[in-house]
Structures are given as structure tokens and as C-alpha cells.
Design a protein around this ligand. Structure first.
Ligand code: XIL
Length: 345
């Protein structure tokens, strides 16, 4: 058996993986036990899974992951309490069944805002109470800034302004375990203009007393992008605010954006691609380890190359194609990237 990733980075940070409930057994289960000491749900803890209809909570799938984490003594990240995507429409419908975002009457808009914040509170409170003793890190809000550096113009924002962010953190804080950490999670946290917008938002909120403990950097990155300097600067910026950093959804795509000319099948990917990727992983984990006191967890958005959401994107943009973002291949064997990150001192 090859050395454990979690063991290798024990002194610096946890090593996590995103999973579906179907990925807790067989080889996946064995991989989780050997290489990871933290897990997160890839989908089943999102609003649409947990509260598909108002008041009808569905914890069945989420519970499976919670149980696995407990039984195997792993940290559990919760992803995600609030998001604009994978959220059911009922949240944003008024009592008459009309979309709240269309309301123009100021009085009615005020009522709608109250109703939405009440729904948010119920959602957050119900979940956080249930998993209080199981979750060590909560993604409280996800992707509240857009790529152009504006606050994301989601229904949440259109109806409540930034109050939904504030209320989400305050409610989570009220019911979460004292030592649990509350995160604001996003992608492209390394690059401008998004990085500064996120920084200013977080700074303002922290100064106003909103209980944010850390920034989750999704890190859906590529072999050549973003630069190591940008990654380092971003971690340092948020750490300077007194905040924790977690890498929450790491994958290193072989492709640029959009992923055009993807390799059609896994066996068509040349070995040189895996070597190029290993160089990137080597530099990345060197950096993470150097910044280890500012990073408490590094989570991959999957376990091995046989299951990655990036395949959907490669296929979407190339017609056919696969990506290969992890350090284990489609058969769970070690890739050059694994040896690159296990070796370092
Ligand atoms: C993705 C999942 O991996 C897919 O299975 C699903 O179809 C869509 O969502 N940012 C996030 C994650 O915060 O929740 C997303 O996960 C990937 C991008």
C-alpha cells in the first residue's frame, strides 16, 4: 500500500474528498479511509436536496455521509447552507405564488424580504441544529460574488441585498457548535476583480461583527492558471483579516477555459499531460505546506479520476471528452501528481 496523503499532511492541514452517498463503499471507501481524514457531500447537502419543498426536509442521503464520517472518525465539512444554484424555486415565491423578484410595490417588497429571511433562518436553523455535533466546518454561503467583481445578482441579493449573508452567518452561529467554523466559500478567489470584491465584503462584514471564521477557496484550477503568486496573495490577504483559509473543492483541470479539444477517452491522454500536471501539483502543495498555519484543510472535489464533475464540462464544450484532475487515476492507481505531493518535506 502507498503512503497516506492525510498522514503526509497531518502536521499542516486535513485532506478531504467530496463524495456522493454511493461513494462510501468498496474501493472508494477504502481510499477514503487510507488517504483522507475529512469529507464533504458533493451534492446531497445542498438546499434542493435537503428542503425540496417548504417544510419537507429530506435528510436521508445527507445522513449517510454524516454516519460515515462519524464511524470513521473523519472531519465533516457541510456544503452548503445557502447558494443561488441547486436551490428550489419555492424559496423565492411570495404567498400568492408569484416570483418575489418581480414585485415592484415597496411595501410588498419589504414583506417579501421578511418572508425570505424567515425561510432562510428556518432552513439554516433546522440543519445546523441537526448536525451541530457532527460538522466542524460549515459553508454558510456559496458564490455570493460574480466573475465581474459584482455582488452576485441572485434572487437572494435582489430580494434582501446583503442581509441574507448576514442573517445566514448569524443564524448558523447561534446554533453551531462553539468550535465549529463558519465559511464564506467561492471560486476564483485568487483573481481580480473578484478577489478584491470578496475581500472588501468580508472585511466589512467582519468589522460589523458578522461571525465569519474563514474563507473557502474552491480552487477549481488549471495546470497553468491562476499563478502561484495569486494563490499565495489571496490566502495571505484573508489571513491578515484574522481568518482561517480552507481549500474546499480542489481539482486541477488539464484544460483551459472553456475546455475545448478535450481528450476523447482516458486512455488517449498522453503521459506528458500527467507529468505537466504533477509539476503543478508539486508547486501547489509546496505552497500550501509553506502557508500551512493559514490553511486548515485541503479538500479535493472527488477521490479519483473516474468521478469528476469536470467530465460533464469537457463533454459539453468538446462534444466528447474527459478530464483527469486528481492524483489518483480512473483505476485508483497513483498518478505522477500523487508522487509529487507525497514526497515533499
Ligand atoms: C457540482 C457537483 O460536482 C455536480 O455534481 C453538480 O451537478 C453541480 O455542482 N462549485 C460548488 C459545487 O460549490 O457545489 C459544485 O458542485 C461545483 C462548483
Amino acid at each position: 500500500e502507498v503512503p497516506s496523503l492525510a498522514e503526509r499532511y497531518k502536521k499542516s492541514f486535513d485532506i478531504g474528498a467530496a463524495v456522493e452517498p454511493s461513494m462510501l463503499e468498496g474501493t472508494n471507501g477504502a481510499m477514503l479511509n487510507r488517504h483522507y481524514n475529512s469529507i464533504v457531500a458533493e451534492n446531497v447537502m445542498k438546499p434542493i436536496s435537503i428542503q425540496p419543498e417548504e417544510g419537507k426536509f429530506n435528510f436521508e442521503e445527507a445522513d449517510k455521509i454524516v454516519k460515515f464520517a462519524k464511524e470513521n472518525d473523519m472531519e465533516l465539512r457541510f456544503h452548503t447552507l445557502i447558494w443561488h444554484s441547486q436551490v428550489p424555486d419555492w424559496f423565492f415565491m411570495d404567498k400568492e405564488g408569484n416570483p418575489m423578484v418581480d414585485e415592484t410595490d415597496p411595501k410588498q417588497r419589504e414583506k417579501n424580504k421578511k418572508l425570505l429571511l424567515k425561510r432562510l433562518e428556518t432552513h439554516v436553523k433546522t440543519i445546523v441544529k441537526r448536525y451541530k455535533n457532527d460538522v466542524s466546518s460549515w459553508d454558510v454561503v456559496n458564490e455570493v460574488v460574480d466573475d465581474s467583481g459584482e455582488l452576485r445578482n441572485s434572487p437572494w441579493y435582489q430580494i434582501t441585498g446583503t442581509d441574507y449573508i448576514k442573517v445566514a452567518f448569524e443564524t448558523a452561529d447561534r446554533f453551531a457548535a462553539k468550535d465549529a467554523k463558519l465559511f464564506i466559500n467561492d471560486y476564483n478567489t485568487e483573481v481580480e476583480p473578484k478577489r478584491s470584491t470578496l475581500y472588501n465584503l468580508v472585511k466589512e462584514m467582519v468589522e460589523a461583527g458578522v461571525p465569519i471564521d474563514g474563507v473557502g477557496h474552491q480552487a477549481h484550477i488549471q495546470i497553468g492558471w491562476p499563478s502561484l503568486q495569486e494563490i499565495e496573495d489571496s490566502i495571505n490577504m484573508f489571513a491578515a483579516l484574522g481568518l482561517d483559509n480552507q481549500i474546499t473543492e480542489l481539482d486541477v483541470s488539464l484544460y483551459g477555459w472553456p475546455p475545448e479539444n478535450a481528450f476523447p477517452t482516458y486512455d488517449k491522454i498522453p503521459a506528458s499531460e500527467f507529468e505537466r500536471q504533477a509539476v503543478r501539483y508539486d508547486a501547489l502543495f509546496n505552497l500550501y505546506e509553506r502557508l500551512g498555519d493559514k490553511i486548515s484543510s485541503v479538500t479535493f472535489w472527488g477521490i479519483a479520476d473516474n468521478h469528476t464533475w469536470l467530465n460533464d464540462r469537457a463533454e459539453q464544450y468538446s462534444g466528447v471528452g474527459v478530464d483527469a484532475p486528481f492524483v489518483f487515476d480512473v483505476n485508483y492507481n497513483t498518478k505522477p501528481a500523487y508522487w509529487a505531493i507525497i514526497d515533499e518535506e
